[in-house]
Design a protein around this ligand. Structure first.
Ligand code: DGL
Length: 281
């Protein structure tokens, strides 16, 4: 009988706040044996309007904390803005594999379209960075891409307000270029946006397939563990021992009680407690 190596160290994941919980949900469901440590940097959110340099600084600080304190074996940047700002430099600096959400999202997007007219929405930082435009071009799929920044969406999610009239009015204004371009697939290029899926669908119409990078990113991690894909940086990665039950820890740099309460509403019962991040003010 062949025995495969196993590694029970946790997976580390972070976002500016609650958005990355969409990615955490997919990881918990698809990789139930794995431990997870999630950081929501709610004390410094939103990342979207900040300069890419500032966001990169935060991303490196959180990554070092996850690697040095929690000894994570894989880092998932569950935030498009942070991935646009720092994925490359994190891969250069860290000696664990680092995954982002941009390439997995683009792979789903180009698979989902039939007409070849696709859209991506994200924060001002992500859209302005050109990361999606480059990733779509690098996919080699000849699609017509329309991108739109949606300032304000993240603030509604962080406020726990996902279906109000106000968010609907804002969505109608911000999504007008997407509706006009008649896309048939729209990538939610910010991990907060799946929480606004109902409002977004009401505005763009039910014929438009909404693509979220959460599932695709979790499937990519599964492929890494099964050695079906090469880990970024070529660093070896092993899954947790078969049959164990993963534990889930949540860390917030803002109000931890609010993180626990709203987080549990958004993610589910796994978020029963939250801890304070060491850099919290
Ligand atoms: N959820 C993050 C993203 O995917 C960013 C939200 C923000 O802090 O602006 O871009």
């Amino acid at each position: 009988m062949t025995t495969h190596p196993s590694d029970d160290r946790p997976i580390g994941m972070f976002d500016s706040g609650f958005g990355g919980l969409t990615v955490a949900r997919a990881f918990i469901d698809l990789l139930p044996d794995e431990d997870l440590v999630y950081v929501g940097d709610t004390g410094r959110y939103p990342y979207g309007p900040r300069s890419l340099g500032e966001v990169a600084g935060y991303a490196h600080e959180i990554a070092r904390y996850l690697v040095d304190v929690h000894r994570v074996k894989l880092l998932v940047v569950a935030c498009n803005t942070a991935a646009a700002a720092a994925l490359g430099s994190l891969r250069d600096e860290l000696d664990v594999p680092v995954m982002g959400v941009i390439d997995p999202g683009v792979r789903s997007l180009v698979r989902a379209t039939e007409t070849g007219r696709v859209g991506v929405i994200g924060t001002v930082g992500t859209v302005g960075s050109g990361a999606y435009q480059r990733a779509v071009a690098a996919s080699g799929t000849p699609v017509e891409l329309t991108v739109a920044a949606c300032p304000g969406f993240v603030e509604f999610v962080e406020g726990g307000e996902t279906g109000s009239d106000q968010v609907h009015v804002l969505a109608e204004r911000l999504l007008a270029p997407i509706v006009e371009a008649k896309v048939d697939a729209l990538l939610l290029g910010c991990t907060h946006y799946p929480y606004l899926a109902r409002t977004i669908t009401d505005v763009v119409g039910r014929d438009v397939v909404l693509v979220s990078s959460a599932d695709e990113t979790a499937f990519e991690a599964l492929a890494l563990f099964r050695e079906e894909a090469e880990a970024p940086g070529g660093v070896a990665l092993a899954p947790a021992a078969v049959g164990r039950v993963g534990t889930h820890r949540f860390v917030s740099s803002g109000d931890v009680e609010r993180f626990r309460d709203l987080g549990a509403r958004l993610l589910g019962p796994e978020l029963a407690a939250a801890e304070r991040a060491p850099w919290s003010r």
